[in-house]
Design a protein around this ligand. Structure first.
Ligand code: TXA
Ligand code: MG
Length: 323
């Protein structure tokens, strides 16, 4: 049974915190997407996250903290670059990958020597973290490989019956996941997100783009694989309207996701033509399109340029064929 808790009700956070202290799983809102939380220092509780999501144990989890001052609970090194980035962007959608300490169970880091940490900028997440008094490991609160949830009902559709509670705080504002930056060795962008490389470079100087592809375990599995994927096959096109018409002629039920004008006779989800607005609405639009039983979703290609980097990344992955 999954308990539905409304964050508007003051006792809900206390109830959710109590569950988490007892090693249970609770989904909660952050400013990016909903997370599926467990006490990060309790290996058994964290194991439940992997089971509930069907997540491969090779993919490490992000640890959420109530404040930057708590980093010493999970990391063993806090370089000057981390301090400056935390000062500038926390609470906020930036995950920093740093050497872990011995308090962090192996299951959180997928056995690796590093841990991803962030302080989320959401009043409900922060209230929960303070009330629990422990760092919370939390991946996005969806079945592995599916779309990330930006509303409590998305979590319910994906995980009801598999987790202990959902703390519903309404729609998230950011809409896509945090930027993941490794500060082990030279700064390296592992996953583009709401904070752009340029914003990071303005604080710490040049950063490398993209993961180092090596043999053995992936440095950040979420960066490379199909992820954030809708159920309906999706294709990104520079000539989306023409493609829609072509598919329609073949008898395919088609939906169009676009930031541009669109004709009224098509199934259309229109998103704002700014990266922030587009990101904020992207997953909710894909969830709605998924609910319409279409044969194909066509996405109008978004602009080039670094401001759109994270949106392009999520669209590229959503369009990847099932593996
Ligand atoms: O916005 C977000 O980041 C959301 C909210 C809930 O905080 N969380 C999220 O978690 O997106 P998840 O598990 O869906 O994605 C975490 C990403 C994965 O790509 C994972 O591989 C990478 O971060 N990651 C986590 N720890 C890592 C580490 N120690 N080294 C490299 N990559 C890591
Ligand atoms: Mg995820």
């Amino acid at each position: 049974m999954t308990l539905m808790l409304s964050a508007a009700d003051a006792s809900s956070v206390l109830r959710a915190a109590e569950l988490l202290r007892r090693g249970r799983l609770v989904a909660f809102p952050t400013e990016t997407v909903y997370g599926l939380g467990a006490n990060a220092l309790d290996a058994e509780a964290v194991a439940g996250i992997f089971t509930a999501k069907g997540r491969p144990s090779t993919n490490p989890l992000i640890v959420h903290l109530a404040q930057a001052g708590d980093v010493a609970r999970v990391v063993s090194d806090w370089p000057d670059a981390a301090r400056r980035l935390a000062e500038r962007f926390w609470p906020g959608p930036l995950t920093l990958v740093l050497p872990r300490n011995e308090a962090v169970p192996d299951i959180v880091t997928a056995g690796g020597a590093t841990v991803g940490v962030r302080v989320p900028a959401h009043p409900v997440a922060l209230a929960l973290l303070r009330e629990v008094g422990q760092p919370l490991a939390a991946p996005s609160a969806n079945r592995s490989g599916q779309l990330s949830p930006t509303r409590g009902e998305h979590v319910r559709e994906s995980l009801a019956g598999r987790i202990d509670a959902i703390l519903d705080g309404g729609p998230t504002t950011g809409g896509i996941e945090s930027t993941v930056l490794s500060l082990v060795d030279r700064p390296r962008l592992l996953r583009p997100g709401l904070i752009t490389p340029g914003e990071l470079e303005a604080v710490i100087g040049p950063i490398e783009r993209g993961p180092v592809v090596v043999a053995g375990p992936l440095p950040s599995p979420g960066l490379l694989d199909r992820h954030y994927a809708p159920l309906t096959p999706l294709i990104v096109s520079r000539d989306a309207l023409a493609l829609c018409r072509e598919l329609q002629e073949q008898g395919v039920a088609v939906g169009l996701l676009t930031h541009e004008e669109a004709p009224g006779d098509l199934v259309v989800e229109r998103l704002p033509d700014t990266p922030e607005g587009y990101a904020a609405g992207l997953y909710a639009a894909l969830h709605r399109l998924d609910g319409r039983g279409l044969g194909r979703v066509v996405v109008a290609a978004v602009p080039e340029g670094e401001g759109w980097l994270a949106v392009r990344d999520r669209l590229r992955r959503a369009a990847m064929p099932e593996q």
